[in-house]
Design a protein around this ligand. Structure first.
Ligand SMILES: [Cu+2]
Length: 467
């Protein structure tokens, strides 16, 4: 189905591909060069220059690692190292990753490929790489202490195996993994089918991203690595909205989303305007009889999900985690709920002492998207992003699927805001409002009965864990 010509058709976009970032060559001549990416923008798909053809994936705010062929073996070079990752405009985090970025580059191979991966450790401690979901010799599984010694700082280890199963996979350390994953060490892996696969349908656009979580105090840059549940930044590929690029498709495209979860909690991923089928997991393609239409699918910890749909509805469609706290950025966790509290007098009195003091939230917290509140340096606003109708009030795990009838095939450039056909946008009702129907005194429950009880519920303060 996928012919060489189709790939070449998209070559114009890919011409500026991965090499656009600055490229450094490994000093060690025997190793494949370590390609380094310096930016956080989504790179065009890397059309395979050698080996079997396939339709490459697009890594959201990421890139695919180039390889070299060496005697029929596909060779890659990963470098584990400290990186500076721009998580959103104006907010740079000091993370650990691979080849200049967190997450590391996506590795794309073809079912049956003999793969050799050189892993150089430029961290200050041992590391290893586990190839999540792969069938491989036990000694290549990357569990330090169990299947190999950890890779010492400054050393390079070689992993070698055949990519036996087509599908959606990832890689991450299995050495001091609580710290190393909290610091952002992870990457995507896609094994494309060798021929037409009975359970893997061809698609026109194929996007992938990893779910990740960080705990970075406002005003600082390094994640707290001991955090177990109370993370304050929820990311896709170490980016937070509005730093996450849109997913741009042409109307009618068959689209695949591949998602992997390396956080400490589950994420129900929700798509607006379309139904999708879960067509695969890290365990392999889902049997057709087991696929059901969904608009939300939960991606549990350590799981991967592959979602297929036809993008046949034009528009700007939200794609997000359905846990509402995961579509916000860093906030103070001790903020009390102030809805319904009139504290204007209090604000006036505190304002006399603290000139910049602002009280927030008596009508809800949406106001915070409008205010230019002074933030500590290097802090992402809690909710941000502007659309054609105003502020979005979103952060974290949120992006937009942009479906356009005139988007050229293979073109991933942002087409701008959707232009709605006349009369197709929700509008204000301007007639007179009738009085709501309420029960009469005779119908109302008698005083003191259950119907009269008004509960005053107070959210527990302080603790904000478990989300
Ligand atoms: Cu979530």
């Amino acid at each position: 189905m996928n012919t060489r010509r189709q790939f070449l058709g998209g070559a114009g976009v890919a011409a500026a591909a991965v090499t656009a970032g600055s490229v450094s060559r490994a000093a060690l001549a025997a190793l494949p060069e370590a390609v380094v990416q310096t930016g956080a923008g989504t790179q065009p798909p890397l059309l395979p220059p050698t080996g079997r053809p396939y339709r490459p994936v697009v890594t959201l705010n990421g890139w695919t690692l180039p390889w070299r062929m060496n005697g029929g073996v596909k060779e890659f070079h990963l470098v584990a190292e400290p990186v500076v990752r721009e998580m959103a405009p104006g907010f740079r985090a000091h993370l650990w990753g691979y080849n200049g970025q967190s997450p590391g580059p996506t590795i794309e191979v073809v079912e049956g490929d003999h793969v050799r991966l050189f892993v150089t450790n430029r961290l200050g401690e041992l590391t290893s790489v586990h190839w999540h979901g792969q069938r491989l010799p036990n000694g290549m599984d990357g569990v330090s202490g169990l299947t190999q010694p950890g890779i010492p700082p400054g050393k390079t280890f070689v992993y070698e195996f055949v990519a036996r199963r087509a599908g959606t996979f990832m890689y991450h350390p299995h050495a001091d993994e609580m710290v190393q994953m909290a610091m952002g060490m992870m990457g995507f892996w896609v094994t494309h089918p060798k021929d037409r696969h009975p359970l893997i349908d061809p698609v026109e656009r194929d996007f992938c991203f990893l779910l990740n979580a960080f705990d970075i105090e406002p005003g600082s840059a390094t994640p707290r690595v001991m955090t177990m549940l109370d993370f304050n930044l929820w990311g896709w590929n170490s980016r937070i909205f509005p730093g996450i690029d849109p997913l741009v498709v042409r109307q009618g495209d068959r689209v695949r989303l591949r998602v992997g979860n390396l956080t400490m909690t589950n994420h129900p991923i929700h798509l607006h305007g379309h139904e999708f089928l879960v067509t695969g997991t890290d365990g392999g393609p889902t049997p057709r009889a087991a696929r059901q239409p969904e608009v939300t699918t939960d991606v549990a910890v350590g799981q991967m999900r592959q979602l297929d749909f036809v993008a046949d509805e034009p528009g700007d469609w939200a794609l997000h985690c359905h846990k509402s706290h995961h579509t916000m950025n860093a906030m103070g966790h001790g903020v009390p709920t102030m809805i319904g509290v009139d504290h204007s007098g209090l604000a006036r009195r505190i304002g006399a002492l603290v000139p910049d003091y602002m009280v927030m939230g008596e009508r809800g917290m949406k106001d915070m998207t409008e205010m230019a509140m002074p933030l500590p340096d290097n802090t992402a606003p809690m909710m941000a992003g502007r659309g054609p109708f105003g502020p979005l009030g979103m952060g974290g795990m949120f992006s937009v699927l942009k479906v356009r009838p005139d988007q050229p095939p293979g073109d991933y450039r942002d087409p701008g805001d959707y232009r709605h056909p006349p009369g197709s946008v929700a509008y204000e009702f301007t007639g007179s409002l009738p009085e709501p129907l309420r029960p009469t005194a005779a119908e109302a429950p008698a005083p003191g009965t259950a119907g009269q009880v008004e509960l005053r519920v107070r959210k527990p303060g302080g603790g904000h864990a478990g989300h």
